[in-house]
Design a protein around this ligand. Structure first.
Ligand SMILES: [Fe+2]
Length: 243
């Protein structure tokens, strides 16, 4: 029931007048839900695993993106995000080992920056990997799924184009792991949301509505009690399901 969104990729390049790029579709297929193999192709060379930038699969895409465009994007933006992520991780690791507390704002800034950078790494890797030099046609699986969801491939393209135009950061086709539906979504900040592909294992609601009746402004007391009342059996089941 907590099956992972398996990452069976179906790549398609289409040229769209009025949109900045040919669009490649990444399908997060449900067919392999629960499989430990679904993310294998992504995980293998991700900078999140190797701590080194995943190489570009090309130097340029003639007629679309030049080497002058791609190289600094890959090296400075993607590579920079990965370098900062590693730095954030190291700082947080040192904090854990040393037990030396940061102020809450400083700790919060570091935590949020880590998520920002990690999401930037993931999104850039998906982006670079879902472009190709030659146009192709959607295979039946994704074509059928998009037509079923959006009415037709063309209507999906219209919606995706509009999503790209409306987004300040990313336009994304995604499959929601809960209801299995496809969505075109706009994301303006890497850190809004949680880690892409992340599957929640333990969740604590820290909105005031979750504790104010019992704890008023004593949020720390509420969190401490929460920690004492974790159903670790359920957490472990989620962990195992995530592979
Ligand atoms: Fe970028």
């Amino acid at each position: 029931m907590h099956g992972r969104p398996a990452f069976a990729r179906r790549e398609v390049l289409r040229g769209f007048a009025g949109c900045t790029a040919g669009l490649l579709i990444v399908e997060l297929a449900g067919a392999e839900a629960g499989s430990a193999h679904g993310l294998a192709s992504y995980v293998q060379n991700s900078g999140l695993v190797t701590e080194r930038p995943k190489p570009l699969p090309y130097q340029e895409i003639p007629g679309f993106l030049s080497a002058q465009q791609l190289a600094p994007h890959h090296a400075a933006h993607y590579g920079g995000a990965l370098r900062t992520l590693i730095s954030d991780e190291n700082q947080l690791e040192q904090l854990l080992k040393s037990g030396q507390p940061l102020t809450t704002p400083a700790f919060g800034a570091l935590q949020k920056d880590r998520v920002n950078r990690a999401n930037s790494v993931v999104l850039h890797e998906l982006y670079f990997d879902n472009m190709a030099a030659r146009p192709s046609q959607p295979p039946d699986d994704i074509r059928t799924a998009l037509a079923r969801r959006f009415g037709s491939l063309e209507r999906w393209a219209d919606d995706f184009r509009a999503t790209c135009m409306a987004a300040g950061g990313w336009g994304i086709l995604a499959r929601d792991a809960v209801n299995g539906r496809l969505y075109n979504v706009a994301s303006d900040l890497h850190e809004v949301g949680v880690l892409w592909f992340g599957q929640p294992l333990l969740v604590c609601d820290v909105y005031e509505h979750a504790y104010y009746v019992d704890y008023q402004n004593r949020k720390g007391d509420y969190v401490e009690k929460f920690l004492q009342h974790i159903d670790w059996g359920e957490v472990n089941r989620r962990f195992r399901a995530a592979g």
